[in-house]
Design a protein around this ligand. Sequence first.
Ligand code: AMP
Ligand code: ZN
Length: 490
Amino acid sequence: MAGPRQRRTAWNPAPRYNDGYRERQVAFKLYNSLSRRIEAFEPADGETVRMYSCGPTVYNHVHIGNLRTFAFQDILRRHLRQSGWNLLHVMNVTDVDDKIIAGAALAGVPIGEYTRKYVEAFFEDCERLRLERPEKIPAATEHITDMVRLVDRIEQAGHTYQIDGSTYFRIASWKDYGKLSRLDPSGIRSGARVDADEYGKDDARDFVLWKASREGEPSWDSPYGAGRPGWHLECSAMAMAYLGETFDIHTGGVDLQFPHHENEIAQSESATGKSFARFWVHAEHLLVEGQKMAKSAGNFHTLRDLTERGYSEDTIRYLLVSTPHRKQLNFTYDGLRGAAAAIERLRNFERRLGGPFVGSDSLASSEQCGHARSQFRDALDDDLNTAGALGAVFEYVRSAHSAMDREEFGPGNAVEARGLLEAFDSIFEVLKPVEIERVSADEVEALIRERATARKDRDFERADEIRESLAKRGVVLRDSPSGTDWNYAT
Ligand code: AMP
Ligand code: ZN
């Protein structure tokens, strides 16, 4: 495609302001799991879409099932921006939970050290799949104060109780419990408690807000005793910290609808008395032979597994986004081969558009292109019907090839066709070549050592240069008397 390529660093910030169709439009319709209806979407303030996505729990590499959900969020982001809205998109990183604590203990390292490499690997996967970076990526451990404050508000509203140093949410005390998952209230087992971060999907029980610390586990002081936040609390507190008490869209995979999202609603709305997210949007699962792809089922592939088998990131991205998010997607190697072939068809067409043309411009070809362009956009406006959008493009490509064969396609038609491919690629982004410049943890550590030496030698110019160049590549350094710590910028 034409135009200068931007050099990429470890998961580049995405453009935050609308850069697409320019004019505002309210044709976008989105299925809302809360109302169970397709509704017209507009941000509440008429300008900026405030959106929260449940991010990864960083105890392992993500699999392409997880990435399907993140890829759907990318398509949603892009279409919202192209529809004329600005974006404030927050995705958390869950960097403290049962599995992380167990994994860190097994590896004999602090949780921060344990999670860092998985955060890095996750960012790298997102970058490789060309997922736009959300505007904010807070880590749970950076927001403990917000979480404790939220427990205070829930307590003041009368929905908590404490047992053995842990604080629980009493779901029977909040009349709206179950409104997202349409849970039958008779199934609620109030007084029966769950304090694990992972539990059964069909049994509603009181859930933990603040977990008493156990010997050897990381903990934070709070008015509720030393402990750590429950997983559900993390998301409510971080969403409200960045987006306010009510915001536009909350996303995640369908498995999070209950209990995670139901519990987020209970905590947030019982504390604020206001509605939490206006739209709840869930992505269906990626399946393997009819089963949900999951770490626990052992039927998963990581991005790395597939690229090592020779499938490109473009191909994988295409496969993940070509099925609309409300349909399950069955992963197969045939599907991957089909995705590669589809991209190849578009690239061939793009090459053919380079001319030379024996025919001259035709009105019919021009009209077909205009029609495809509006069908493309209409399909995305229709609850992000990516399959329909692709259908419009491929139908046009077929008709344009035959117009060229009939010599009824000229250079003016080619300019229009390139415009359509650009519109396509601004959402699907599978045609452009990318240059990736990654900063690995090893490279950061080596540069920190070099900087320490430079400072010892009073070469402050070099030391500052290293800090600045790392900052440009999304790495933040923090100096303290005990040395230099670092993290990826959020
Ligand atoms: P986790 O790190 O397990 O909390 O998952 C991160 C995201 O991936 C969540 O939004 C999950 O709902 C989603 N997810 C997990 N497994 C799948 C799957 N097989 N297909 C699609 N999304 C998934
Ligand atoms: Zn969440």
